[in-house]
Write a protein that binds this ligand. Structure first.
Ligand code: HEM
Length: 520
């Protein structure tokens, strides 16, 4: 019966071409409508061009450029960069929705072609997509590498801060580049924490590798936005990436081999009482040649490959060096610009520690005003001004559509200067945190996100703060500081540059004089 009907319908279509064309058009329009159907609109944003979208606005993808756009389009805006949807969040309410209410939908990290390649196809923690692999990597890192207990036992922080203070003491009455000084400090701390070498041997070579990685991470690559134009400069770019990764392989493979050999010797001698282990030691305890990258079985033993170890070490180097240096330099700069706050911090150091001995770790908890100054500096100058997330599934926020794979830039810098959330948002005012310490930066106050919030928040927060507080306390306790050449505090250049972090555009230079009654 059905066959007969179908046969008759086909016959009438054949005899009437007009009907055939009409039916064909109907199917096509239904298909087009179905494909373009979107229940909800995208958030508001500037109109783009066909195919390239808003790619001509590429130079505005900085914390300052996007804050400017947010003034026009609001706390949630949309940019189309080639095939990529970029959603920019500049309000605490939308940040809460993304990092708390719908955390798991936004817990992926975007990675461009360079990041994917240089992290051994996201074999690390910072760029691994959210899932069982990332969860287990994070657990290993938090317990074995980043815990506060471990930070306190790290001789590297204390000894490197001592070394820095001794160096400054040889420069009294002459200008010291504080930007360079603290970058050297944090580079030494992370290098020693990772590789355990106190001689800094090979560090110059490693810094060159880091710098090349940094340039490649941020380099513009057409393929990231218009995949079908990938051929434009693909080969040269691929060659440069392969060269960078080869240099890293040669450098870290040797370190891993040395650590494995030392571990085997210690095992053979049954000597488990090693004084100080470094990160490579901790990570090779989980090493296996045939480690499975993804395992859904939470009971299976999790193993790390060589690539995992190398990629995690790079996370630590990138996560822990520039960020910490930038917070120390900005805190020093803001205090130099505000002499009455500088005086309060230095008076507190006299009250708590006195001038007859050096600051110790146990003093830190009593240095309330110093902690408020660090916090205020983190508010005005979060070292990672844009938190980068990606949607793991199609979702919606505030009545707007977020397709799967949308990049979400949370502008922590703009949110921390939101006039509806902060009193006098542009003013450095450490006393705003004095009463009950709120808002806090641990991730539940969405107007203050220097370490992010939720699943992907910073696992190195305690370690980072420990380094910052130790360095600032020692620099301000041991020395009085003056700006060079009679410069006035209000003449200090407080501009920043946008890169992996947002450091001072012009490094801070100041002249120290020794102020303790005891020798160093
Ligand atoms: C004061 C210093 C630091 C600041 C302000 C800072 C800030 C941040 C921020 C904003 C994020 C991204 C959070 C998000 O996307 O929601 C992050 C992630 C991360 N940070 Fe830090 N960080 C600091 C120090 C450190 C240190 C010392 C380490 C390691 C030794 C570290 C390792 C990492 C890693 C591995 C991630 C990626 C975590 C993941 O994706 O699961 N950070 N950090």
């Amino acid at each position: 019966m059905d066959d007969l009907l179908l046969h008759q319908a086909l016959e009438s279509l054949q005899s009437s071409p007009m009907l055939f064309i009409l039916l064909f058009l109907l199917i096509i329009s239904w298909f087009v409508l179905f494909m373009s159907r979107r229940k909800l609109p995208y958030p508001p944003g500037p109109r783009g061009w066909p195919i390239i979208g808003n790619m001509l606005m590429m130079d505005q993808l900085t914390h300052r450029g996007l804050a400017q756009l947010a003034k026009q389009y609001g706390g949630l805006l949309h940019l189309q960069m080639g095939v990529l949807h970029i959603m920019v969040v500049s309000s605490p309410e939308v940040a809460r929705e993304i990092l708390q209410v719908q955390d798991s939908s936004f817990a992926n990290r975007p990675a461009n072609a360079a990041i994917s390649y240089l992290t051994y196809d996201r074999a690390d923690m910072a760029f691994a997509n959210y899932g069982p692999f990332w969860r287990r990597m994070r657990k290993i890192c938090v317990i074995n590498l980043f815990s506060r207990k471990r930070a306190e036992s790290w001789a590297s922080v204390r000894e490197e801060v001592e070394e820095m203070v001794r160096h400054v003491a040889t420069k009294t009455s002459s200008p010291v580049n504080i930007g360079q000084l603290v970058f050297t400090l944090t580079k030494n701390i992370t290098y020693r924490a990772a590789f355990g070498s106190s001689s800094h041997e090979g560090q110059g070579e490693f810094v060159k590798i880091l710098q090349e990685f940094s340039k490649l991470f941020g380099a513009f690559n057409m393929q990231d936005f218009l995949p079908w134009l990938g051929w434009v400069h693909a080969q040269a770019f691929k060659d440069r990436m392969a060269k960078a990764r080869r240099s890293l392989d040669v450098f870290i493979d040797k370190i891993i081999d040395d650590h494995m050999a030392k571990r085997n010797t210690n095992k053979a001698k049954k000597d488990d009482n090693e004084a100080e282990t470094d990160m490579v030691d901790e990570l090779i305890a989980f090493f296996s040649d045939d480690a499975a990258k993804e395992s859904d079985d939470p009971n299976s033993t999790f193993r790390l490959t060589r690539d995992n170890i190398k990629a995690i070490i790079m996370d630590v180097m990138f996560g822990g060096t520039e960020t910490v240096a930038s917070v120390i330099e900005w805190t020093m700069a803001e205090l130099m610009k505000s002499p009455k706050d500088l005086q309060k911090v230095q008076q507190e150091l006299i009250n708590v520690v006195g001038l007859n001995r050096r600051v110790q770790e146990t003093d830190l908890e009593n240095l309330t005003y110093l902690k408020c100054a660090v916090k205020e500096s983190l508010r005005l100058h979060p070292p990672i001004p844009l938190l980068l997330h990606e949607t793991a599934e199609e979702t919606s926020v505030a009545g707007y559509s977020f397709p799967v794979g949308s990049r979400v830039y949370i502008n922590a810098w703009a949110i921390a200067r939101d006039p509806t959330a902060w009193d006098e948002p542009e003013t450095f005012k450490p006393s705003r945190f004095l009463n009950d310490g709120s808002p806090d930066f641990k991730g539940s106050d969405f107007e203050f996100l220097p370490f992010g919030s939720g699943r992907r928040s910073c696992p190195g927060m305690q370690l980072g703060l420990y380094g910052v507080e130790m360095a600032v306390a020692h620099l301000l306790h041991c020395f009085a500081w003056e700006l060079p050449d009679g410069m006035k505090p209000n003449e200090l250049d407080m501009n920043d540059v946008f890169g992996l972090t947002a450091p001072k555009a012009v490094q801070l230079v100041a002249v120290p004089s020794y102020r303790l009654n005891c020798p160093l």
